[in-house]
Write a protein that binds this ligand. Sequence first.
Ligand code: ATP
Ligand code: MG
Length: 281
Amino acid sequence: MYESFYHLKENPFGATPDPRFFYKGKAHREALAYLAYGIFRKRGFLAVTGEVGIGKTTVIRSFVQTFYPCLDASFVLNTRVTFEEMLYLSLRDFGCETANRSKVEMLTALNDYLIDKYAMNQNPLLVIDEAQNLTADVLEELRLLSNLETDQHKLIQIVLIGQPELEAVLLRKELRQFRQRIPGILRMHRLSREEVGRYIIYRLRIAGMVKGGVHFSAGAHDAVFEFSEGIPRLINTVCDKVLHRSYLRKQRIIERKAVEASIQELANQVDHPREEWGGLR
Ligand SMILES: Nc1ncnc2c1ncn2[C@@H]1O[C@H](COP(=O)(O)OP(=O)(O)OP(=O)(O)O)[C@@H](O)[C@H]1O
Ligand SMILES: [Mg+2]
């Protein structure tokens, strides 16, 4: 809508986790290093946690894309499921036959698939997003799944991604055997004030920013940081809003005042309930 006015090629603050827009802040670099260590050292299990909208899904998708085809990932996004349903979903995402198969048949199919991949020197990865919803029973079965191994290596690496509640789930006493398999849980932290500024500029550049097209003042960066508290999804929400507002007023320089007015507009929007975007602080 406002893109052509600002001489941008596309929307800089879209809502989808597009790896092209991936800005590598400190938290992201740490998460990437943790994933690389755990996956290529074949540690079996990994767990990444962080607040809603902090960039967990973006990080794992970008990681998988970077290392494709050396990595072969299956994504399970629905975690309110039984283990059998999860097995079905992951096999289907790996591209295996799933029709009319019993649990034992599905486990056998997975084992065969993993051995084939091992022979091809590929690293199969099972990524379970929203893992804070998994029940203890499903986690226990996942632990058994990670027992699929050769003499030296785990055949599948399992990455659990979830909100901070996942930490409490994994620390439950009955899951201590499971917990011992994870080489530490990685908690992603928010962006700092400086990183918020760099994040805004980075996304604008990827969207095609040119000189004289659009500019956020230092005060505007401050206001975005104060509102978002360093959570990327909230940065996107407020930046998109302020760009739209300023476009209607034909302003190319985004000042603190415009950001504050946009935050107020967001708070007043009836179709945008507070809980959805984090609320006005
Ligand atoms: N490092 C980053 N670089 C660029 N954009 C990012 C980054 N981190 C997050 N985003 C953007 O923020 C939004 C939220 O990111 P994402 O969906 O990855 O968060 P999440 O932690 O998985 O959230 P949820 O807990 O709701 O699943 C997306 O639009 C994504 O594009
Ligand atoms: Mg996510």
